[in-house]
Design a protein around this ligand. Structure first.
Ligand SMILES: Cc1cc2nc3c(=O)[nH]c(=O)nc-3n(C[C@H](O)[C@H](O)[C@H](O)COP(=O)(O)OP(=O)(O)OC[C@H]3O[C@@H](n4cnc5c(N)ncnc54)[C@H](O)[C@@H]3O)c2cc1C
Length: 508
């Protein structure tokens, strides 16, 4: 085994958290190594081929994980430079100010964060600028206070979606333009790589117009000589010094060989499930239950969001090409008949028959799927799931990832779906196909190393440094103490910018 060059900082995982951190610290001149288990997602025609995306799962990991019944499943996780953001829907939102406080939900309490919205506000502003957000401030009644306008105006609705938006508004709702991280500048047509196509969410972007973590953060960071990216480098273990207080080496498998790297600081950013399991794997005599796990909370409080697709068909064909432009947060904090939060409604990428086939439980003739896809407007419904210690990730004796997750807070989720259906029935929709996402849809995984003040009740301190190991940080979706019901990535990015400021202060 060879011990490679010593670095100032090693970042493990080049996704939303790790990529943003690398970007924010690149200008410091510090010697930074990014270790990423994947390579660059290939740019090829298959990026935009629905057969490849929905029927062949071409870009999804081939790994198999186990659920709480010991059943094997293929997680919808994507190991590339840019991480899961390579295929994300790019709908980025601030958590609501209230999400940072304690909120009573149907199934219990969503706990308060140890830091308030005010701390995150300036970082959200920077994150929105970095990820080129398009939107219109003030349209969404639940939007938290913000110091800046969005950097770009909203993506306009196409005619069918505008019609739906107008009709919902007439029924008293407040549909708003979804806030999107796409590189399209109407004022400067020469700078318009986004072509508003029908292969955006959840496809990789063939023209690199999606502001994902690779395009937005990693590639610009690599323009600095002091930043190095090592791909196909799967980190397998973190090794401490004899006292167990310092990470002395990071062990990775590269081309079938084990190599070690060392650095002053190590930042783990593999996504909530992989970061936690890497800590659990890295046991030693000082950390018998997993590294940085004196609280016993590493891997616990896993949250995934309650997600459902609602395919709503009318007799009118839906010719929309770029559909993901509308959101509804009227029931975010309470339902029409409920005094507890229901969650968020947004449009998703325009459904094609292949996506419906992927969703279907049994065999449905292709001609039927094609008819539905031609006539549907397609919604994505998200309800907060509450952090519960029983929902945890662990490893079995063969080192395989086990996801023990039982959904909670499902009643408000069903109520949100039926509330939307009631509204859509008052328009011209008559056919509704709902599919609740199973555990393999780990897109919004979070919470497995929550941050907090008390080392007994959190894994990370307020700067996302582990309480137990001095030079180890976790800067991905693991740190969330509660998830809210908005999409998580803007908060992950904002937090990475915040931790970067902290590290810069440390470096002086
Ligand atoms: C289809 C889809 C649609 C989505 N849509 C949205 C959306 O519209 N809005 C939104 O906010 N969020 C969306 N998300 C979620 C979003 O992508 C994630 O919340 C975000 O990427 C998480 O950031 P992260 O840094 O925690 O992890 P990731 O971005 O996944 O990064 C983790 C990185 O670590 C690497 N890695 C893992 N293990 C190791 C290891 N052992 N060694 C080295 N490297 C490792 C991975 O390859 C990856 O690059 C979507 C996700 C998916 C899959």
């Amino acid at each position: 085994m060879t011990l490679k060059q010593h670095y100032d900082l090693i970042i493990i995982g080049a996704g939303a958290g790790g990529g943003t951190l690398a970007y924010a610290l690149a200008s410091t001149g510090k010697n930074i190594l990014l270790l990423e288990r994947g390579g660059y997602l290939p740019r090829e025609k298959s990026n935009w081929n629905p057969d490849e995306i929905f029927l062949n799962q071409r870009y999804q990991t081939q790994e198999k994980w186990l659920d709480s019944n010991n059943q094997s499943f293929s997680p919808e996780a994507f190991y590339f430079v840019g991480g899961n953001t390579k295929v994300y829907g790019a709908a980025l939102q601030r958590m609501r100010a209230e999400d940072f406080g304690e909120l009573r939900h149907f199934d219990g309490i969503s706990p308060a964060w140890p830091l308030g919205y005010d701390t995150f506000e300036p970082y959200y502003t920077r994150a929105e600028s970095l990820f080129k957000l398009h939107g219109l401030r003030g349209e969404d009644p639940t939007e938290p206070p913000a110091t800046n306008e969005y950097p770009f105006p909203p993506f306009e609705h196409e005619p069918r979606i505008q019609e739906v938006a107008d009709q919902l508004q007439n029924l008293g709702l407040n549909p708003y333009h979804l806030t999107l991280a796409l590189n399209r500048d109407e004022q400067h047509p020469e700078n318009r790589p986004c072509i508003r196509c029908n292969t955006c969410d959840p496809y990789p972007c063939l023209v690199d117009a999606k502001c994902d973590a690779q395009v937005t953060c990693v590639d610009p960071a690599l323009k600095q000589d002091n930043v190095t990216l090592l791909m196909n480098a799967k980190v397998t273990r973190l090794i401490t010094n004899n006292e167990g207080k310092i990470i002395q080496a990071v062990e990775a498998e590269i081309d079938g060989e084990t190599q070690q790297f060392s650095s002053d600081l190590v930042v783990l950013s593999c996504g909530a499930i992989n970061s936690a399991t890497l800590l659990l794997k890295s046991t030693n005599s000082h950390h018998p239950n997993g590294l940085a796990n004196s609280s016993g909370l590493v891997g616990r409080n896993l949250m995934l969001h309650n997600h459902s697709a609602l395919i709503a068909a009318s007799h009118q064909p839906n010719e929309t090409v770029f559909q993901k432009t509308l959101g509804i947060n009227d029931f975010y904090f309470q339902g029409p008949k409920q005094d507890y939060p229901l969650g968020q409604i947004q449009l998703t990428g325009k459904t094609v028959w292949q996506r419906l086939k992927h969703m279907a439980e049994g065999e449905i003739p292709q001609v039927v799927l094609e008819y539905i896809a031609k006539h549907s407007v397609d919604w994505w419904i998200t309800t907060e799931d509450l952090p519960q210690p029983e929902n945890h990730v662990t490893l079995n004796s063969q080192g395989q990832i086990v996801v023990n997750y039982t959904p909670n807070n499902l009643k408000p989720h069903q109520e949100l779906i039926s509330t939307l259906e009631q509204y859509l029935k008052q328009l011209d929709f008559y056919l509704f196909w709902t599919k609740q996402m199973p555990v393999k849809v780990v897109w919004h995984q979070a919470g497995t190393c929550k941050f907090g003040n008390d080392p007994k009740d959190s894994v990370l301190d307020l700067n996302c440094q582990t309480h137990d190991v001095n030079n180890l940080y976790v800067v991905d979706s693991s740190f969330f103490p509660a998830l809210g019901a908005v999409n998580p990535t803007l908060t992950i990015v904002a937090n990475a910018l915040r931790v970067a400021d902290h590290l810069k202060d440390q470096w002086g």
